[in-house]
Design a protein around this ligand. Sequence first.
Ligand SMILES: Nc1ncnc2c1ncn2[C@@H]1O[C@H](COP(=O)(O)OP(=O)(O)OP(=O)(O)O)[C@@H](O)[C@H]1O
Ligand SMILES: [Mg+2]
Length: 301
Amino acid sequence: MSAEVAVKAYKILESEDFRILQVIEAALENHEFAPKELIVKFSKFSSDEVDFRLDKLHKLRLIRRTLRPYLGYTLNYAGYDCLAINAFVKAEVVEAFGKPLGVGKEADVYNGLTPNGERIAIKFHRLGRISFRQTMKKRSYTSGYTHWLFRSRMSAEREFEALKLVFLKGVAAPKPISQNRHAIAMGAIDGEELAKWTEIPDSEKVLREILSNIRKAYLRAGIIHADLSEYNIILKPDLHVLFIDWPQYVTKDHPNAKQLLTRDVENIIRFFKRKRMLNADVYNAIDYVTGRSGRLFLERI
Ligand SMILES: Nc1ncnc2c1ncn2[C@@H]1O[C@H](COP(=O)(O)OP(=O)(O)OP(=O)(O)O)[C@@H](O)[C@H]1O
Ligand SMILES: [Mg+2]
């Protein structure tokens, strides 16, 4: 679901509406649906006021209602989006929203403007909806499953962590600005995913820059992207690259680090090979990105 609903709804929400959304959010820590009674109690509003607010939020599709086994409410993605947007606006991270930059299964990325008129990107993480009942069942024997809301938040936290680590070390990645709930604010970049470029001018320079950034992330920040491909690399109009989409990063001491690093490198080399641009030896490339070799050999096709 697109963040469009939230971006529109946000403008007509009042502080009382946010209060209700927050109370529902807090109740979801231990309820599948926040009972109406609980909302009244914790919001400290009158029952009539709460009814009015719930009705408004429901019409705006920010919350979902159930009647059984009791009258209760849960947040929709859009409701959760509104809470994150409100936090960013209050913190003066963002002032206005613009066009969507990318809408997909796992994330919605929006253009935003800071109060200083700087362009930024806001990414809302969307992790698959496992129903809460399923969640509770699975929770009893594995700890890996949690509500979509917490999983989405965790994903944003991880991505923000990764961006801070790599950006500080000079890896080509968007500038991390802020994180709240399942959303991160970062520097906006111009350009297209590598996959969308039909022709890549000076492909050797581009491939060298990509591998040199994998190397920097590994040697200086000690991390591996672990989902690197032509879809998560932006080639800017100035022909420099930026790596995006970091939530699944691992550190170099992760048990699968070697495999994940190899897969990242292979994905990239395969792309350049398939496009009949360049050939590279995966072993040499791995030695290069891990610092065992200072030299990278590329072959034109
Ligand atoms: N900082 C940014 N500046 C500009 N555009 C961005 C930025 N970050 C992401 N995008 C755009 O949004 C798209 C999706 O971002 P990202 O790859 O981080 O999410 P995803 O989890 O892969 O989402 P999806 O489910 O859509 O594949 C990118 O392909 C890119 O076009
Ligand atoms: Mg992606």
